[in-house]
Design a protein around this ligand. Sequence first.
Ligand SMILES: NC(=O)C1=CN([C@@H]2O[C@H](COP(=O)(O)OP(=O)(O)OC[C@H]3O[C@@H](n4cnc5c(N)ncnc54)[C@H](O)[C@@H]3O)[C@@H](O)[C@H]2O)[C@@H](O)CC1
Ligand SMILES: [K+]
Length: 326
Amino acid sequence: MRCTTSQAVRSLTHLAQVKYSRHSCITTVAISQYHHTSALNANPVLRSPRSCYTSESIHARATNKDKDSIASITQNHPTKPNDNINSTNATNTDYTDSMVKYLTQEEAKSVDEHLMGDKYAFSIDQLMELAGLSVACAVAEQYPPALLNDKRVLILCGPGNNGGDGLVAARHLKLFGYSVDVYYPKQKDVKLYKSLTTQCVNMEVDIHTDLPQLDGDKYGLLIDAMFGFSFHGEPREPFKTAIARMNECDIDTCSVDLPSGWDVEKGPPTDGLKPAMLVSLTAPKLCAKTFTGHHYLGGRFVPPELERVLGLNLPSYATSQMFVKL
Ligand SMILES: NC(=O)C1=CN([C@@H]2O[C@H](COP(=O)(O)OP(=O)(O)OC[C@H]3O[C@@H](n4cnc5c(N)ncnc54)[C@H](O)[C@@H]3O)[C@@H](O)[C@H]2O)[C@@H](O)CC1
Ligand SMILES: [K+]
């Protein structure tokens, strides 16, 4: 069986931890935090050179077949982290070949454009369906129906594609046996979103335009699908109030792609959303480096050539799984 880079780093971290603890040195390197700078820096053997973000190393890592594609793709896709990354709140600004790539806002938009461009030829409906399905599958893994004790799931959907992912997840979760409500206050007159909403209604998902009371006896899980990688500034109403209510209640939240209201690169603002679970899509965004809850990756649709050329270093998914836990 193929050993992924993530698994290899995990094993090395574990070995290093055992070795260090034998010598009464470092005992606090968390195995599950194998991707964290502190863990890597504490174990010099795990440090690898900052190489995967140079176009030279991308060439070195790519197959000959890929090389024709590289010039056009790297023109539109930054291959080095922005200079301003070091000024962010992100806890990990070290980049190594052994880690999944964390994307800047521009990189996330660029991946999206490549996937839907002439070469890779996906439609937004396809990607959204796979993204939403992966969210539903990851939620079913972390919060199986029995854990919710017959409580409902409330999905809070924003006006863009992140909200679309939420509508798709709503439909699949209903099919998985959950009782699902959707809060969808800013419904755009766009065929894709209208169709997804109609599908939810026919699936007997309740759609609300006013925020339901976040009652812990009624709801066992909130799914935050308000904003994704195109978010900027401060959340405007009615989402600002929704985020405040979510933070006030004691119901777990699962965020889709990134926690709504967080800066895509810098992370949470003061009083930002505090989700217990995050399902990053395609590849995690820089803000996810500050996330300490249950972190999953979904959106299993990246063609191998695009992954290699962009140095995404995606972890291996199990055979038929739509998600992988990071
Ligand atoms: N390739 C990918 O990575 C894919 C991404 N998808 C999803 O698409 C998302 C990105 O979708 P979009 O580009 O439509 O953008 P978003 O869904 O992130 O949000 C854009 C919407 O939010 C509004 N908005 C932005 N800032 C705001 C603020 N401060 N207050 C209130 N409203 C604000 C904008 O006016 C716009 O209507 C991703 O995060 C992901 O969830 C999937 O649907 C498909 C595949
Ligand atoms: K979100």
